[in-house]
Ligand binder design. Structure first.
Ligand SMILES: [Zn+2]
Length: 432
């Protein structure tokens, strides 16, 4: 899990939805007279079209995943697959592994891959991605490899749990998920991310930038040594700008894309870095992991309840007589993904609130370092929005439901009006 400066709505959330009280809205108004984030008219038209594509793909992926699982059950395809696997081996654990492997393979190739390809086609058409199809396919194959490697034993383990403890399997599954979530956050930056992108210490190519960043580090008291600042060569694959903080404990680090470091003014890079430092200082990664663990418990409990209800109502028609079976696992996944889709705004609301905190922190942190923090932040959001072709005015519903960051216009608007150094105002995170 990481917190980045840019919405990543084409990437599926790897955590189960986080179930927590929302009501973490923002205090800034949408109805501003002067837009703070501006696009040239032809770019604006492109951004609006791309926003529609992004939204369609986002909901398309969620709905198609649920429909595909439903069809596997309803058409008896899942039951046929189980019969086939049982013909290959008599060992139950081997059947569980084989079935889990095939189910992941089918779902990835039939659901994930086509939607991801449509997304990539749009990113190429709008000039956001420059990665050719062979390289893109290689990345997809690699991702499938990771999903199979991690997902197959996990799904087989869940099948074993449903047999071993038919009433409390969801609780045991949750206990088992805790070390997995921690391990995931720990190894994501050091093992999985480098398989997809090239990383190097930021100081190797941008020593003067590191020097300036050290000023922000000193002001924030973050003790982020240059060894924890990395440059990612994003320009090999696209034109988007980004920076993020990721990892836990010994693997915690700040990553700046080379597009960000090379293509926008240094003051704006300092603001982006300060925003990322905000996630670091405000413990957002650790908080995200804790919320992920608590949210997973709620999600698994609800999944079990919904799955049992579905067995009672649809068991005969779908040939699911018990959850303690491979077909039962498919039904559990159907319940899980349906609940994830429904509870999506909860996690996104929490994420948006954290991003807003980091925006405030970032703007306060560069006070005294850059000449004008307000216009620096506004310009940074403009560069960011233009690079990703962000729609200045997404629909309020789409933003509430799918955005893990506030919209670019909202962020720029807030930055333009946020000045806690005027008499009578008080900064939230810094005393001077
Ligand atoms: Zn952020």
């Amino acid at each position: 899990m990481y917190f980045s400066l840019k919405q990543r709505r084409l990437v599926r959330n790897t955590f189960c939805g986080i179930l927590f009280s929302s009501g973490l809205g923002f205090g800034f108004s949408r109805a501003a007279a002067q837009p703070a984030y501006r696009l040239a008219p032809e770019k604006l038209a492109e951004a609006v079209r791309l926003e529609h594509i992004r939204t369609a793909l986002h909901f398309g992926l969620e709905i198609w995943l649920i429909v595909a699982l439903f069809l596997l059950l309803r058409l008896g395809l899942c039951a046929a697959l189980v019969t086939r696997v049982q013909g290959w081996t008599r060992r139950v654990w081997m059947q569980s592994l084989l079935f889990s492997y095939l189910l992941i393979l089918v779902l990835y190739c039939v659901v994930e891959l086509p939607i991801a390809a449509l997304g990539h086609r749009a990113m190429l058409a709008y000039g956001i991605s420059i990665q050719g199809w062979p390289g893109w396919l290689r990345d997809q194959a690699l991702m499938l490899g990771f999903v199979i490697l991690i997902g197959t034993p996990v799904l087989a383990f869940i099948q074993w749990l449903t047999r071993w403890s038919p009433r409390r399997y969801w609780l045991w599954a949750w206990i088992g998920s805790v070390p997995l979530i921690l391990l995931g956050a720990l190894i994501l930056p050091s093992l999985i991310d480098p398989a997809f992108n090239h990383f190097e210490p930021l100081v190797l190519t941008h020593p003067e930038l590191v020097q300036q960043l050290e000023r922000v580090v000193a002001r924030t008291g973050t003790n982020i040594p240059p060894e924890r600042m990395f440059l990612m060569r994003a320009s090999e694959k696209g034109n988007g700008l980004n920076a993020y903080v990721t990892g836990l404990g010994p693997t915690r680090r700040i990553v700046v894309w080379d597009t960000t470091a090379d293509r926008i003014p240094q003051d704006e890079v300092l603001f982006i870095f300060a925003h990322e430092s905000g996630h670091y200082v405000l413990h957002h990664v650790a908080l995200g992991v804790v919320l992920g663990i608590v949210g997973t418990l709620a999600m698994l409990w609800m999944t079990a309840a919904l799955a049992e209800w579905l067995v009672k109502r649809r068991g005969n028609r779908w040939q699911v007589h018990s959850l303690a079976s491979p077909v039962g696992l498919t039904l559990l996944l159907l319940a899980l993904f349906a609940l994830e889709a429904i509870t999506e705004p909860v996690g996104n609301s929490i994420s948006r609130a954290m991003e807003h905190q980091a925006d405030i922190y970032g703007q306060e942190a560069i006070h005294g370092i850059v000449a004008d923090p307000q216009s620096t932040a506004v310009n940074a959001f403009n560069h960011l929005g233009q690079a990703w072709l962000e729609d200045p005015h997404p629909s309020a519903f789409v933003e509430f439901w799918t955005y893990d960051h506030p919209s670019t216009e909202q962020r720029a608007q807030f930055a333009a009006h946020y000045d806690p150094w005027v008499p009578g105002a008080r900064p939230r995170y810094f005393s001077k």
